[in-house]
Ligand binder design. Structure first.
Ligand SMILES: [Zn+2]
Length: 346
């Protein structure tokens, strides 16, 4: 089967490898219907030291179950499923609190950009999409379901952790697929003013379609001044930060209003950051966010996609086959593509 490996910064290869086999009785083997390249895959694409042994890639997938271990009860061969980017038992105390990404029996997928994959902890992880046949479903529906593996529900998690309420003002930092998803999620939760900070017009146009009321293309001090101007000088109730670099964090605490919440879902590329009087303390601002426990939100989100309430799949603007995956990484890295979907049948 074909599978994606990264051998170092800028070096992505698709190789023919053996199909995975069941290891634990709680495993399943799934056949990929669609997978995709994530903005977070671009971090190793920039930084990974060259290695002889490639690292398998991929954590987003919709798939058909091929084979299940003896203890799998929640899915059966033939089921069409969504795989959250983290697997979990979904029964322990941490999972019951809604933080499946921190399940002590769980982990993060890293082999899903492949034709087949082994999924651990299937009973707690894979969720069946009811009544949909992936062979006959529309591309639009498949695209939206695929976003529930990570990107849309990561945007939703940002808004959920910030407890976005009707009538509030929200700023979204970052116009990548997660940022645009955060716009859509904030709109669903009733935010009145949604300020999207981003400067790629094709992306911010989709942001407006998803519910952004204002777009601020400026960055740094100019961007901050613009947001303050749009909010009566007070700043926003909530910042959803979907970038992960320090300037985005600085921008976030500069535009948060006193008592507000900064919710981060861009994977921070730093460990140390200001939390003192001039950043969070002086404003009584709170910091929230982390890896999205997609599993906690999946049933509700599947229903919203199936009934047409949300159409988050619009973030995909390119579909490729496995042989084009290295070019797909380059296209996302070069901002020629917003988010790239992989269709194994191409
Ligand atoms: Zn757990």
């Amino acid at each position: 089967m074909k599978a994606t490996f990264m051998y170092g910064a800028g070096d992505v290869r698709v190789e023919d490898v053996d199909k995975p086999a069941l290891v634990e009785p709680t495993d399943a083997i799934v056949r990929t219907v669609r997978t995709c390249i994530c903005g977070s895959d671009l971090h190793p694409y920039h930084q990974m030291p060259a290695s002889e042994q490639g690292a398998p890639m991929g954590h987003e997938s919709i798939a058909v179950v091929e084979e299940v271990g003896s203890e799998v009860t929640e899915v059966k061969p033939g089921d069409f499923v969504i795989a959250p980017f983290a697997y979990a038992d979904n029964t322990c105390e941490i999972c019951r609190d809604g933080f499946q990404t921190a399940c002590p029996h769980g982990g993060f997928h890293s082999t899903l950009q492949a034709e087949f994959a082994r999924v651990p902890q299937v009973n707690g992880s894979l969720v069946v999409v009811p009544g949909v046949d992936p062979e006959t479903a529309s591309e639009e529906l498949l695209a939206s379901l695929l976003t529930l593996s990570d990107v849309y529900l990561t945007g939703h998690h940002a808004a959920h952790m910030a407890d976005v309420k009707p009538g509030q003002s929200v700023a979204v930092v970052g116009d990548g697929a997660v940022g645009l998803s955060a716009v859509l999620a904030a709109k669903q939760l009733g935010a009145e003013q949604i300020i999207l900070m981003g400067r790629h017009t094709d992306r911010t146009d989709l942001g407006r379609e998803f519910g952004a009321t204002d777009v601020v293309a400026e960055r740094g001090d100019e961007g901050v001044a613009k947001v303050l101007e749009l909010t009566g000088g007070h700043g926003v109730h909530v910042v959803l930060e979907a970038v992960g670099h320090m300037p985005a964090y600085v921008q976030s605490y500069e535009i948060i209003r006193p008592g507000g919440v900064i919710s981060r879902v861009g994977v921070p590329q730093y460990e140390d950051a200001p939390v003192g009087f001039g950043s969070l303390f002086g404003k009584n601002a709170r910091l929230a966010g982390g890896p999205a426990p997609v599993r906690a939100y999946l049933e509700d989100a599947i229903q919203q996609v199936l009934d047409g309430t949300i159409n988050p799949g619009k973030v995909f603007d390119r579909t490729i086959g496995f042989d084009e995956v290295p070019a797909g990484y380059a296209a996302m890295d070069g901002r020629e593509a917003l988010k790239v979907m992989v269709d194994p049948a191409r």
